[in-house]
Design a protein around this ligand. Structure first.
Ligand code: CMC
Length: 429
């Protein structure tokens, strides 16, 4: 078998033989296809990157048709059952499961960086009382970079390492402060002895109780949700992290951009949209009419469909199980009945079956977050905290990849050709 692709250009009758590597061709190899010497050469046109690989990666494997998700080869189901979020973050960033000593050192380093500069905390206090916590997170991440100017030296592995500790350590604190701002309560400063998710829940919730304890079931549930959200290969926010990071800007700024991408309702904002949708449906009896409106194209069923998964999202399966554990502590969320029935009806409806639309990670996560007492606008923030480890792993891989350069797509210019400027008094309607 010859690993090449032969292309015949019917405009010229010329034939080209292009190498195939990893079942793909290099788009730049198309450039040699020209009608004449003045021709720029053939481009591939791929709006929204439906069929373009922008990098080689060894981090996350997804088989969307089979519903498989693996981090560094380990199935998501095993990691969710046996691992912890910080261990998974280590795995994503260093490509191996840590030894006990390595894990202890990693956890200590991250928990050592949970405090944020007081000026940054003061800046957060200046947001308006109803500012969306995701907006606060994005701006504070960008501002955090100004406190660590050496972070710009992204070519230095030791500097990169330090920023990884800092970002993973500070992100839950920024998120918790955004939440406390939103509800008008004083900030709780981090308590590193409580573990990553335990400390986060503590910063969100503690008032003045002397013997405040975080519920271990809720802390573990959140830890599992963090594992499930840690990476998902080249999605919109991760591509943003890579693309913005390719300009060699500091990782705080690149991550602010990635978090902004995550904020959108078609990406990390979807779990918030799911909750609003379930509230709007309000009752199981209203589901058929709602589904009809979706089928007419009036709106989308939020939490359904995925660019990559054309099967049940494996994360949604695990989340459904986590919901059970959480509801035992918090009591059930009435929206779960609507969600279960909606899923049942949709999975049996030809419209959804034909288009391979299954529940995605966001369909059930919001219901759990709501049962745990999180306001709806904190949901994308709860996505951003764990995704930071994936963003950092992908950023590090991009920086170290000798093939990567500044991200700069091409366009097909379809506008006017040359024309002379027209003075304003000579212009017509
Ligand atoms: N409800 C109803 N119809 C849908 C939906 C939906 N949620 N998603 C896709 N479709 C239809 C769409 O109308 C189109 O139909 P047709 O071929 O008749 O025009 C077909 O399915 C293909 O849709 P698409 O828009 O070409 O698919 P995409 O790969 O561009 O979009 C998506 C993927 C996730 C943006 C989309 O499925 C969607 O908008 N889902 C709802 C929002 C959501 O849940 N997002 C969270 C994604 S998972 C977490 C994350 O990674 O952020």
């Amino acid at each position: 078998m010859k690993n090449t692709l032969t292309i015949t250009d019917n405009r010229t009758g010329k034939t080209y033989e292009i190498p195939i590597e990893h079942d793909s061709i290099r788009a730049i190899d198309l450039r040699q296809i020209k009608v004449n010497d003045d021709d720029f050469g053939m481009l591939s046109y791929d709006p929204a990157y439906l069929n373009t690989a922008s990098c080689k990666s060894t981090i996350t494997f997804i088989d969307g048709g089979k519903g498989i998700l693996r981090y560094r080869g380990y199935p998501i189901e095993q990691l969710a059952e046996k691992s912890s979020y910080l261990e998974v973050a280590y795995l994503l960033i260093y490509d191996k499961l840590p030894t006990a000593d390595e894990l202890a050192h990693w956890e200590e380093r991250i928990m050592h960086h949970t405090y944020i500069h007081e000026s940054l905390a003061r800046m957060m206090r200046t947001f308006r009382y109803d500012a969306h916590p995701m907006g606060m997170l994005i701006s504070t991440l960008a501002a955090a970079g100004t406190f660590h100017p050496e972070a710009r030296n992204v070519g230095d592995p030791a500097v990169r390492q330090k920023q990884i500790y800092r970002i993973l350590g500070k992100l839950p604190t920024i998120a918790a402060f955004a939440y406390r701002m939103r509800i008008g309560r004083p900030f709780n400063y981090p308590d590193s002895t409580r573990g990553y998710t335990g400390n986060f829940l503590y910063m969100l919730d503690h008032m003045n109780e002397q013997d405040y304890e975080v519920n271990p079931v809720l802390a573990r549930a959140l830890d599992i949700l963090f594992i499930l959200h840690a990476d998902h290969e080249q999605n919109c926010s991760t591509s943003t992290m890579r693309s913005v990071g390719s300009s060699r800007v500091d990782p705080f700024s690149a991550m602010a951009a990635a978090a902004a991408a995550l904020y959108g309702p078609l990406h990390g904002g979807a779990n918030e949209a799911v909750l609003r949708m379930l509230n709007e449906i309000g009752d199981v009896k209203n589901i058929p009419a709602y589904i009809e409106r979706v089928k007419k194209g009036e709106m989308r069923l939020m939490g359904f469909g995925h660019r990559v998964y054309k099967n049940y999202d494996p994360r949604a399966k695990i989340i459904k199980k986590v919901a059970k554990d959480v509801f035992e502590v918090t009591g059930s969320n009435p929206l779960i009945d609507i969600a279960l029935e909606l899923e049942h009806i949709a999975l049996n409806d030809e419209y959804f079956v034909k288009r391979k639309l299954y529940p995605n990670v966001d369909f059930y996560s919001g219901i759990i977050y709501q049962a745990m007492g999180f306001p709806v606008d904190m949901f994308p923030v709860l996505f951003a905290i764990p995704r930071a480890s994936g963003w950092l792993a992908q950023w590090k891989e991009m920086i170290k990849d000798p093939e990567q350069r500044i991200s700069r797509p091409r366009q097909l210019y379809l506008g006017e050709g040359y024309r002379d400027y027209v003075p304003i008094d000579q212009r017509t309607e």
